[in-house]
Design a protein around this ligand. Structure first.
Ligand code: MG
Length: 209
């Protein structure tokens, strides 16, 4: 199993950004969307209904551009560079487990990451839980199970079987997969919060062990 597949399950908020980074980036976004200095104005329900209706008819390109800007502004190139190092030094593939995966296409998510310096393409994203009794660890497990079943069914090369994985996340709802978590923090000083050098070393050590 020397060549078996290594997977890094990627969360975004709290890994590729931090509380401080988001506060700074939202100031930028507010400026782009021309939020007045005194903060967003409050509207009557009639005004809101009219605005929402207008938005539904708005230029889809403009809407997509706003979504793109909003997300890309929240991705920190410094932390993406650190993630590149894990990918390059271990040869792992990256599967998105972040809530960012919901409602966005894989190609768009990859393009967002690449626009901020990612040197990899997302392979896949995890399925979504359907009840509150399930946790992110379950979603990750279903992905691994289904992938390996698929490899077995298609009699693909043994090298495609997942045998090592790490979960990069600032949350701990990993259930039975807790031991595979490399936990980051959303809060804290710049050199500590988000994906830091210690996490990078830990991921490399685990994936290359
Ligand atoms: Mg998170």
């Amino acid at each position: 199993l020397e060549a078996a597949m290594k997977v890094l399950f990627l969360d975004i908020d709290g890994v590729l950004n931090t509380q401080k980074f988001i506060v700074a980036s939202q100031k930028k976004t507010d400026k782009q969307h021309a939020v007045p200095d005194e903060g967003p104005k409050s509207f009557t329900l009639d005004e809101l209904a009219e605005m929402m209706e207008a938005r539904e008819k708005a230029d889809p390109v403009k809407v997509a551009k706003e979504r793109w800007d909003w997300h890309v502004n929240m991705l920190d190139p410094v932390r993406i560079k650190r993630l590149n190092r894990i990918v390059n030094e271990t040869g792992c593939v990256v599967v998105l487990s972040s809530s960012w995966r919901i409602g966005m296409d894989l190609w768009e998510l990859s393009a967002m990451l690449q626009s901020k310096g990612a040197e990899f393409t997302l392979l896949s994203k995890t399925p979504s839980k359907t009840t509150n009794d399930e946790c992110r660890g379950d979603e990750i497990w279903w992905w691994i199970r289904d992938w390996n079943d698929d490899v077995a069914r298609k009699k693909m090369d043994e090298g495609n079987i997942v045998d090592r994985f790490v979960i990069l996340d600032d949350d701990s709802d990993m259930g039975m997969l807790m031991a595979n978590l490399v936990r980051t923090s959303f809060f804290g000083e710049d050199d500590e919060a988000g994906l830091n050098e210690t996490h990078v070393e830990e991921c490399i050590r685990r994936l290359n062990s």
